[in-house]
Design a protein. Structure first.
Length: 282
């Protein structure tokens, strides 16, 4: 099996044989009959800390390798990154990966080898399709483009999903969805699923996966989609999930053959939910 992606010199090599294979036809709509729920607490995440970066990994990433924690469904990476001002990830390659970036605080500058550049900020959905190969950088230096210098860290969640077809043309898409988020409900952010064709903010190249986001209003509830695989990540605040209990910032819940539970928050929260109808082979 070939190595599907490589982020930068910070996240080195790894043995290609330790990475899951792409989804195969028999993995679509897996026959799961017993619902299963795993709770993963924020403090148990793998970590990378250097002078300018504080990164917490929900799954194995680079040298932080746990053979029992490589992915869930189609989701390979769910990194919670804080980057100091004037710093960031220098130009590095990706291949055959759908990469969705969700900024929680501050702003992040994206530049890539197919001519896209821009500032990503809270309320903006962004996706990069690596396809046959792309180079890009991510920096906390938006003042260089906007003119007003700031000294604030940027916090963002970066998520990687394998495409359902290798070797596609690299691409990039972003869209402002702040107004939809203000309603407090579950918003399809990035999806390849047919039922979200006219509703998702941006498209990803996997017809079995969809990312939803919600900014929960105090006392309001959202319902988790039902799917063979669901990944719930509490990006900010605290919330109550039916059948699970209290979730705090950075906690995640992995569901198999489940869904339909409600999530509420007394003080407000931001959640990211992957709905997945296939899994990685291997």
């Amino acid at each position: 099996m070939s190595l599907p992606d490589n982020r930068s010199h910070l996240y080195l090599d790894g043995d290609a044989d330790t990475l899951p294979a792409t989804a195969t036809e028999e993995d679509h709509m897996p026959a799961l009959t017993t619902p299963h729920i795993d709770i993963h607490r924020a403090g148990d995440r793998l970590k990378t800390r250097i002078q300018w970066l504080d990164s917490k990994h929900s799954f194995s990433f680079g040298h932080n390798y746990d053979p029992d924690n490589t992915h869930h469904g189609l989701l390979l990476v769910n990194n919670d990154d804080i980057v100091q001002p004037g710093q960031g990830f220098d130009t590095h390659p990706h291949k055959d990966m759908e990469i969705v970036t969700w900024v929680l605080r501050g702003s992040l500058v994206h530049q890539d080898s197919i001519g896209h550049s821009g500032v990503i900020y809270p309320g903006l959905a962004q996706r990069m399709s690596a396809g046959t190969g792309i180079l890009h950088s991510e920096k906390n230096d938006s003042w260089r483009m906007q003119g007003d210098e700031h000294r604030d860290p940027v916090r963002f969640i970066q998520m990687w999903v394998m495409p359902d077809e290798a070797g596609i043309t690299p691409g990039y898409e972003q869209l402002e969805i702040e107004d939809e988020l203000l309603a407090g409900g579950l918003v399809p952010v990035a999806s390849g699923m047919a039922e979200h064709r006219d509703h998702a903010a941006i498209r990803i190249k996997n017809k079995y996966a969809s990312l939803h986001a919600a900014r929960l209003q105090p006392g309001k509830a959202v319902q988790i989609p039902e799917a063979p695989f669901v990944h719930v990540f509490l990006a900010r605040g605290s919330a109550e999930m039916a059948g699970v209990g209290t979730l705090y910032e950075g906690d995640a819940v992995r569901l198999s053959a489940s869904g339909g539970q409600t999530i509420t928050s007394e003080t407000g929260a931001e959640i990211l939910i992957w709905e997945m109808h296939a899994r990685l082979g291997g």
